[in-house]
Design a protein around this ligand. Sequence first.
Ligand code: RB5
Length: 143
Amino acid sequence: MIAIGNDHTGYELKKVITDYFDEKGIEYKDFGSAKVDASDYPDFAKAVGRSIQNKECDKGIIICGTGIGISIAANKMKGIRAALCHDCFSAEATRLHNDANVLAMGARVVGPGLALKIVETFLGTDFSGAERHMKRISMLEED
Ligand code: RB5
């Protein structure tokens, strides 16, 4: 189950992604903001992060204008590894190396076509499971 969340700037891109999920039969829960109202990106980062923490969802996608604020907010949550990706190389690498469980994107940065490729790459790449990466990931939770 994929959690998806967006602030007001990310509504259109979120729709592109959920339409794609509907078409492909990919299950998701939408924690995002409605288009019209100005909204606060930390609310949606927290809703998506909580759904992963409580195992309601396995992975998340979060969208704000830049992807920066919403990824900062998500990365403050225990067990959440949010990666801001605007290219497929990063989306693949962060799954392989960081076992990122949340993909963040900026709706003002990336177009819908590339965003969908990034989503496909992120969701379609498994963690490598390499010991060195597991060690580094466990170090992320030390402080
Ligand atoms: C909203 O204007 C904008 O600040 C927000 O979507 C995001 O880009 C913050 O990082």
